[in-house]
Design a protein around this ligand. Structure first.
Ligand SMILES: [Zn+2]
Length: 128
């Protein structure tokens, strides 16, 4: 495991209580808190999480552990927000959209939406 300097404390899986299971994250701080909670569940430690304007993608990640999300996500439905968060965090473990990536996605997310969107939300390192 890498050092954890600069990383916000994350609540444990059991300690995480979303406001409501289906209400979307509407602010950057809410969104970042959700990213932290998901990072704990997915067992990754992003070096930096940013929410910024992105033109063609919903999210991106870099090999040094920085994850960026489009500010437009704050106006998307909760299920899609969670999907993009988990998708991007999993890239810190699997840098492509291969079989392993898809099976991990299905571990953390209920079926459906991951298949719907596939790998089209971003362009991971080494994507094909
Ligand atoms: Zn991806």
């Amino acid at each position: 495991m890498k050092g954890e300097t600069g990383i916000l404390p994350v609540s444990s899986e059991t300690g995480w209580k979303p406001v409501s299971p289906s209400s979307p994250y509407r602010t950057r701080s809410e969104f970042k808190r959700a990213v932290d909670a998901w990072a704990a569940r997915v067992k990754v430690s992003p070096e930096q999480v940013r929410i910024q304007r992105m033109t063609r993608k919903w999210a991106s990640c870099s090999t040094n552990g920085r994850v960026s999300f489009s500010a437009k996500l704050l106006r998307q439905p909760r299920a899609f927000q969670d999907y993009v968060i988990v998708h991007e965090l999993l890239h810190l473990r699997v840098p492509n959209h291969g079989k392993l990536f898809k099976s991990l996605l299905s571990v953390y997310l209920p079926n459906d939406i991951s298949r719907q969107k596939g790998g089209s939300i971003d362009l991971p390192v080494g994507s094909r």
